[in-house]
Write a protein that binds this ligand. Structure first.
Ligand code: HEC
Length: 119
């Protein structure tokens, strides 16, 4: 009996906390390691952790929604890599600031990871 109540008061809250943080999408992307640390530092401000940008970003600056499968299908690797390297309208170019391989990985690993969208 005593053992059970101990589980309820301590065990369940701990279990729920772990579950919550395990499922929460608020975890920093840099936890995924590798190129995601660059995404978090350079790209997340505009494109957001979920890749969908903000409403303002999408409406006023035409930032793409990386989870939009139609957008992904129409966007070739070369077009996206050139856009990130040279910049495109409101987006600054990252050539020189980031290594070429990093720009390629940002597109091939990060941008593409949003398709199909994570649940
Ligand atoms: C200052 C805000 C800002 C930052 C920082 C930013 N972007 Fe963008 N990005 C935009 C906007 C706005 C667009 C839409 C450009 C357009 O089509 O007019 C865009 C477009 C894109 C596109 C689509 C280009 C295309 O041809 O459709 C990709 C891919 C992209 N960004 C990746 C990145 C990556 C990777 C980074 C980090 C290195 C990054 N962005 C940083 C604002 C930003």
């Amino acid at each position: 009996m005593k053992k059970k109540s101990y589980f309820c008061t301590i065990g369940i809250p701990i279990f729920c906390t772990l579950l919550f943080f395990g499922c929460s999408r608020e975890r920093p992307l840099s936890e995924k390691g590798g190129i995601w640390t660059v995404y978090e530092k350079e790209c997340q401000e505009c494109h957001k952790a979920d890749g969908r940008s903000s409403l303002i970003g999408r409406w006023f600056f035409k930032a793409p929604d990386f989870t939009d499968t139609k957008w992904q299908d129409n966007a070739s690797d070369s077009r996206l890599i050139i856009a990130v390297a040279n910049g495109k309208r409101k987006m600054p170019g990252f050539k020189g600031k980031l290594k070429d391989e990093e720009i390629v990985d940002l597109v091939k690993v990060c941008v593409r990871s949003y398709y199909p969208p994570e649940e």
